[in-house]
Design a protein around this ligand. Structure first.
Ligand code: WT7
Length: 631
């Protein structure tokens, strides 16, 4: 595509048709027909999908909807690992590759379904032996390695609730999650390797659990030589932990509504909240979307570049793909280390067919130049995906042209930790509009509405909501049921996602961004209050306010406004010290890119910081109604 043509396309509304060949072979050839099938009989729609999976006992009722509480596949019994592992091992896929794993240096590990099955079973037995029972919580703080995925599945095998914490979070952030979940065991590793550097994870765990006496055991995957020391009775080597354990563990019979995992995510309050997902509905939802949204076929090689520390990894590395029996690529470390060719080399090497990544990565590669992907053969690709934040049309078109060679449809998938699975995108047969995510996935009733819940006119902004329960929806917020209800009580009869959006005349939804005090940095949710609390815990800071500002690569970056305590004055060193402090409190992703020292912050008469006033000033836009401003 020439520069001129690109510019022309950007000015008008672009509609890109998926290739004929793609539609002909797609799992869903006719989106509208599939959606109508759902609308005609939602319960029958979901039950016919659920019937493709294994259950010890079928449901008595598909859905019990007691607003805002849903129960899916009521009374049914299953175990998600039987669907993700046993089913394949017993049906001719024992030696099918589940994962091609690589590190930054190109060291490989190939794991078949049979091998993964044995590892999960052994680890499940070890957890049992250590006293872990159904309903107990296990925190997993590990790099992207096969053992991380096995740890999640081992928990699910015995009915323990896993809570994976992304290995980029700092000790205090990890501590909060362990405490809130009241985990009995932590599974971790000595290090993760990123940009050629070993980042010590075990040390972060040590710091996090120093004061937590309820931790019974710390299981450590020791990767480096010489092996890190294990201290005291609580610490045990990952493989020694499994010594003597049988490689078959009878799966725990789980009720459809038994909890599967807790995953913490940031909101507009100070502390992250534990989103709880349950077994049956999540299993059916991830399986369905894997086959429809990602158009997964038996022979596909699929690569999702997320980490299981986020919901994307839970649903689209661990559960969805394994339940659907996929062969996957996973890669620990940075996308551009040792060079910008790493990802494209992997696509060539493994013949990746379906590739799922985030706009922030695409923009980074755009900046590095197309000579990098152009060095490699990307002709195996047939479907591209995007997730985590709005994808700007420029990045969309680059992804389409340079990576997909104008042959591969792009699915821009909108969803959330809370929704569990993809909610809005362009499924297979649907034309694409760069910058617009698309239409609700069959099974999802999404809309753009005003505060009262009335649909807004085409091309007018409003709140993105969901109006009908779906199987993979979160069931509650761990230890905070009121907070769960708020999602459904903000706008009448709607689940409020927290995003603002517009819908066009064709029903395509474009997500504009968060409506609340959440910043989306490189597709990761950061709560403004979390960063503010971290800042004010620094000895020099009296008050702080944090906003998101546009960033060409990250989508949004964090800007902090800081009032210093008496006796402190602004300096480069202080800026560095504040950044270091936020990194230590929360993790690298929450560090502000800009810090400005101010004498005063705009507040309401009741003392609440008016972040939108700061933002309007920063961006030179209209701040809106200022009648509540203090002065
Ligand atoms: C928030 C959810 C779901 C996996 C990763 C993020 C934003 C997510 C898109 C998209 C525009 C998107 C929303 C949403 N978001 N996908 N395709 N287009 N925005 O999960 O951390 O729970 O964040 O990410 O603002 O509310 P999460």
């Amino acid at each position: 595509m020439s520069e001129e043509r690109l510019e022309h396309l950007l000015k008008q509304e672009i509609v890109v048709q998926p290739p004929e060949e793609f539609i002909e072979n797609a799992n869903v050839k006719d989106y509208e027909a599939e959606y109508r099938k759902f609308e005609k009989d939602p319960e029958n729609f979901w039950s016919s999908i659920a019937k493709e999976l294994f259950w010890y006992e079928r449901w008595k009722k598909v859905l019990e909807w007691n607003y805002p509480h849903a129960r899916w596949f009521v009374g049914a019994k299953t175990n998600i690992t039987v669907n993700a592992l046993d089913r394949h091992v017993k049906n001719g896929k024992r030696n099918k590759v589940a994962f091609f794993w690589e590190d930054e240096l190109g060291n490989e590990r190939v794991v078949t379904y049979g091998e993964l099955y044995r590892l999960v079973n052994k680890l499940a037995n070890a957890l049992k032996k250590a006293g872990i029972k159904k309903g107990d919580r296990v925190v997993i703080y590990m790099p992207l390695v096969v053992e991380q995925i096995a740890a999640m599945l081992a928990c699910a095998r015995i009915g323990a609730i896993h809570s994976v914490v992304y290995a980029g979070f700092s000790a205090p952030a990890l501590k909060h999650r362990i405490e809130d979940a009241e985990a009995k065991i932590i599974i971790t590793a000595d290090v993760t390797i990123r940009r050629g550097r070993a980042i010590p994870l075990k040390r972060i765990v040590d710091e996090a659990i120093m004061e937590l006496s309820f931790i019974k055991q710390v299981v450590v995957l020791r990767r480096l030589e010489p092996k890190v020391d294990l201290i005291g009775e609580k610490e045990v080597d990952f493989y020694e932990f499994m010594n003597g354990c049988s490689d078959y563990c009878e799966p725990e019979v789980m009720d459809s509504e038994d909890p599967l995992f807790i995953l913490y995510t940031s909101g507009s309050t100070g502390k992250p909240k534990g989103v709880l997902h349950t077994t049956g509905g999540y299993m059916v939802g991830t399986y369905y979307s894997m086959k429809t949204v990602f158009d997964l076929k038996d022979n596909d090689v699929y690569w999702c570049t997320a980490d299981p520390g986020w919901i994307t990894g839970h649903s689209y590395i661990v559960y969805g793909p394994l339940i659907a029996g996929a062969t996957q690529v996973i890669a620990e470390g940075a996308p551009n280390y040792p060079d910008f060719g790493r990802w494209w080399r992997l696509i060539e090497k493994y013949g990746v067919n379906i590739f799922y990544t985030a706009p922030t990565a695409i923009r980074m590669f755009m900046k590095a130049g197309e000579e990098w992907p152009n060095k490699y053969d990307l002709s195996s690709l047939r479907l591209l995906g995007s997730v985590g934040e709005p994808i700007n049309p420029e990045a969309w078109l680059w992804y389409y042209r340079v990576i997909g060679k104008e042959r591969c449809p792009i699915i821009d998938t909108w969803w959330q930790t809370e929704t569990g699975t993809v909610m809005i995108t362009t499924i297979d047969s649907l034309p694409m509009k760069p910058g617009k995510a698309g239409k609700p996935v069959p099974g999802v009733v999404a809309d753009v509405v005003d505060k009262e819940g009335n649909p807004v006119k085409a091309d007018k902004g409003g709140f993105l909501v969901v109006k009908y329960p779906w199987p993979s929806m979160m069931r509650t917020i761990w230890k905070n049921p009121k907070r769960y209800e708020q999602y459904w009580n903000t706008i009448p009869n709607c689940y409020t996602a927290g995003d603002v959006a517009v819908k066009d005349e064709d029903g395509y939804i474009m997500i504009l961004g968060r409506a609340d005090d959440v910043i989306n940095v490189s597709g990761h949710r950061i709560g403004t209050m979390e960063v503010e609390s971290a800042l004010v815990s620094h000895s020099a800071v009296a008050e702080a306010a944090v906003i998101g500002i546009p960033d060409p690569i990250k989508g949004e970056a964090i800007k902090a406004f800081v009032i210093l305590k008496k006796g402190y004055s602004s300096s480069e060193e202080l800026v560095d010290s504040l950044k270091q402090h936020v990194k230590a409190e929360l993790g690298a992703i929450a560090v502000p890119s800009k810090i400005e020292f101010v004498g005063k912050l705009p507040k309401t008469r009741s003392g609440k910081i008016m972040r939108r006033v700061l933002k309007a000033k920063e961006l030179g836009i209209d701040p809106g109604d200022l009648s509540t401003l203090e002065d």
